[in-house]
Design a protein around this ligand. Structure first.
Ligand code: GLP
Length: 243
């Protein structure tokens, strides 16, 4: 694993954008695995800036997102489709038809999960997967569990995740309890993984995930077994990591 220690959030965002940019430049029709959450917002802003300056072209890029809440319309301002539109897709020349977010409204969730796995497979896999990390070590919405789920599946969100997400909703009742997420197997098949973390609130879980045992109780710990991981964090988030 390569670790990049950035001075602050802005520097972390630029370093992460450098890594994504290098993939887009070297392979214009690459498949980007994208993530939501507050951590990658600065990286997306930086990518938009580089597109506006004429340094990046997304016209042939394809994307697959990690996850989506069950029960939210794509136009709901807390859905992950809406997040991706407003934080990236609406501001660059990516073809929206080439962007994929799991469907959270499907009547047949199992069929939707199988369809999503087929989308990833038919694209030839993911060139680079962006990951944030939940405070309990979740990646995508793969919560601590007894085993590592392989493919796309529906999850019941952990109480701590529901509480962490509550800040984005008007009332606790509106916070979705379920999500559809790419599995750990699909994430691990990505050719490269870019983990972004910032803030001292993530320091403990970062150390646990990368210095502790590999266990499904800390889903991100499986990344220790991936051959091509770059961890980009600000110095606060990396303050407890030994490397
Ligand atoms: C949500 C997302 C994750 C994300 C996590 C951390 O749970 N499903 O993909 O990594 O939030 O979010 P933040 O970056 O806001 O800390």
């Amino acid at each position: 694993m390569r670790v990049i220690v950035a001075e602050n959030y802005e520097a972390m965002s630029r370093q992460a954008a450098n890594i994504i940019s290098s993939v887009v430049v070297s392979k214009p029709d690459c498949v980007l695995g994208l993530a939501t959450g507050s951590t990658p917002i600065g990286m997306y802003k930086e990518l938009i800036k580089r597109y506006q300056e004429g340094d990046l072209d997304f016209s042939k890029v394809k994307s697959v997102n990690l996850d989506e809440y069950v029960g939210l319309e794509p136009t709901h301002d807390q859905s992950y489709r809406y997040f991706m539109q407003t934080n990236l897709f609406d501001h660059v020349n990516i073809d929206v038809a080439n962007t994929n977010v799991p469907g959270g409204l499907s009547e047949d969730v199992d069929a939707e999960c199988a369809r999503y796995d087929e989308v990833i497979r038919s694209m030839g896999g993911i060139d680079i997967q962006v990951l944030g990390m939940g405070h309990n070590g979740h990646i995508g919405f793969n919560e601590p569990a007894e085993d590592f789920p392989v493919g796309t599946h529906q999850v019941e969100l952990a109480q701590s995740t529901i509480e962490a997400n509550a800040r984005f909703f008007a009332t606790m009742d509106e916070v979705p309890r379920k999500a559809v997420t790419m599995g750990i197997g699909s994430i691990m098949l990505a050719k490269q993984i870019l983990v972004v973390v910032n803030g001292e609130g993530k320091a403990d879980i970062v150390a646990k995930a990368f210095n502790g045992p590999v266990t499904p109780q800390v889903p991100a710990s499986i990344l220790q077994l991936h051959p091509n991981v770059v961890l980009v964090g600000d110095k606060d988030a990396l303050s407890k990591l030994k490397f």
